[in-house]
Design a protein around this ligand. Structure first.
Ligand SMILES: Cc1cc2nc3c(=O)[nH]c(=O)nc-3n(C[C@H](O)[C@H](O)[C@H](O)COP(=O)(O)OP(=O)(O)OC[C@H]3O[C@@H](n4cnc5c(N)ncnc54)[C@H](O)[C@@H]3O)c2cc1C
Length: 455
């Protein structure tokens, strides 16, 4: 008889439509694995749920049995919130239903689907919802955090295109949250992550986008290319969203050998305006310096997600919203990059504005709408003993670049202190979130997250 705290795992195995994987099962090690391979926790069980009813059953069992509850969609949480030591994991990755309404330009999608899988399927119909820059991220986690991606300036965050969500509450009830049904819950889940319930399906708006101009432009990393890139991205029409990654060049075949190990700016482009105007939109970036590589070209939107992805063991990170870098920010980046002892490190900058900035700061739990720049400092490493060193490096540089207490984005955060989570929700959003938490999860059952304590 398998028992964890007050929960009978055998009963769950009998009652669920999905599988419940326990340590004795051959598939256990695979089932407990999350994206960051250095996170090595051993849950009592992983419930590979088949739908909202299964989720409700596990939620009720965990609540009544006093068992720690983790929820996982794509498993990309840097803090490892998608797994638990000794608790139970609700693994949503089997929830991959996708029902596209091409007349209404909407889709109902299961929250276990990955960004790349979703975009490939909708892209076949010439329809797209903006997600992040990584195809392997789960649609569940990225949507509830906000979703900053290739369409952020043209169509806003993923949550700005969320029309409804099927949510299992802490009480085990299945509800639909929309503007006109459970409106406070609907407001809170648009940026408040897993604090309020477990989303099992989303209704998302789709945009008619097929051919775009996108891809990577690799420039030498200099103060002029960094500041010039950010200025050009701000001046560009909102049909263009960019991501600038400044790092020491890895030995990639498309980068000339003499540049390996030197600072480079890897610019990622997604231009969704008229293809014949792309040349003039991208020209100011190409003019910044002789590129090491220029792979910006007409493509189908889903191609943005093709190609290999990094699979780091562990990552340190510090992120913040601002209007611009500190005046000497570019120089500081270039000075600090070689000092880090991480296996790889990068400073990622995304210019915002456009549709992102037109949403009022209190319209969704995610605030920061008047910020024009998002900065994320990241360091990848393998040895858990080095965590403090890399945390110090990313935090030090984030402060130098202009963070200084400014709030950040929970989607990119690790396990943070309360002040950092608090600062992620500016203005009155924090108090409203705490009030909604009190109504929907007064006992803080959903606490493996950037936690919002009940009011
Ligand atoms: C390589 C990489 C690239 C990234 N790029 C971007 C990017 O471009 N833009 C961006 O906005 N973010 C980006 N992120 C951040 C990412 O969106 C967040 O880490 C997100 O939370 C991951 O979601 P997940 O479902 O994959 O992770 P998980 O670890 O499964 O979940 C993350 C958190 O969300 C909760 N959760 C997941 N699904 C649900 C659900 N259905 N209901 C309730 N709670 C749920 C989990 O409990 C956990 O607390 C990136 C992260 C990585 C690792």
């Amino acid at each position: 008889m398998s028992q964890a705290q007050g929960v009978s795992i055998n009963d769950l195995q009998d009652e669920l439509n999905g599988e419940v994987v326990i340590p004795e099962d051959p598939g256990y090690d695979e089932a407990r694995q999350v994206f960051f391979k250095g996170i090595d926790r051993k849950p009592a069980a992983v419930a590979q749920v088949a739908g909202a009813e299964d989720v409700a059953r596990v939620v009720t069992a965990a609540r009544e049995g006093g068992l720690e509850l983790a929820v996982r969609s794509g498993g990309h949480s840097r803090a490892g919130y998608g797994t638990s030591e000794g608790g139970i994991v609700i693994d949503l990755s089997e929830l991959k239903s996708l029902d596209i309404d091409a007349d209404a330009n909407t889709a109902w999608v299961g929250t276990g689907i990955k960004a790349g899988e979703y975009t490939t399927a909708t892209g076949e119909k010439g329809l797209v919802t903006g997600l992040g820059d990584s195809g392997s991220v789960g649609i569940g986690g990225i949507t509830l955090a906000g979703g900053v991606g290739f369409l952020v300036r043209k169509h806003g965050l993923t949550i700005d295109n969320l029309l409804a969500a099927e949510v299992v509450t802490a009480g085990g009830e299945v509800v639909e949250a929309r503007e006109d049904s459970e409106p406070d819950l609907f407001w809170a889940i648009r940026g408040g992550e897993s604090n309020f319930g477990i989303a099992t399906r989303f209704k998302l708006r789709l945009h008619e986008i097929s051919e775009i101009v996108g891809g990577m432009l690799i420039l030498p990393g200099t103060p002029e290319t960094i500041t010039g890139f950010l200025e050009a991205a701000k001046a560009a029409p909102e049909e263009l969203s960019t991501i600038a990654n400044v790092m020491l060049a890895p030995p990639m075949p498309m980068i000339p050998e003499e540049a390996h190990g030197k600072p480079v700016l890897m610019g990622l482009f997604a231009y969704v305006g008229p293809v014949d105007q792309a040349e003039s939109v991208i020209a100011p970036f190409r003019a910044l310096a002789e590129p090491h590589a220029d792979m910006v070209r007409p493509m189908r939107y889903p191609e943005l997600y093709e190609g290999p992805e990094q699979e780091p063991q562990l990552a340190a990170g510090a992120n913040f919203f601002a209007d611009s870098l500190e005046p000497a920010g570019a120089e500081a980046i270039l000075e600090e990059l070689p000092k880090s002892t991480a296996m790889m490190n990068a400073i990622q900058m995304r210019v915002l504005g456009g549709a992102f900035g037109r949403v009022p700061g209190d319209a969704t739990a995610f605030g920061h709408r008047d910020s024009e720049l998002f900065v994320n400092v990241a360091a990848m490493y393998a040895d858990p003993g080095e965590t403090e060193t890399h945390n110090a490096w990313v935090n030090g540089l984030a402060d130098t670049l202009g963070r200084n207490g400014a709030g950040g984005y929970v989607g990119f955060m690790g396990d943070e202190d309360e002040a950092t989570v608090r600062a992620a929700y500016p203005g009155a959003n924090w108090d409203r979130l705490r009030e909604v938490k009190r109504r929907y999860d007064p006992d803080n059952l959903f606490r493996l997250n950037h936690n919002i304590p009940p009011a």
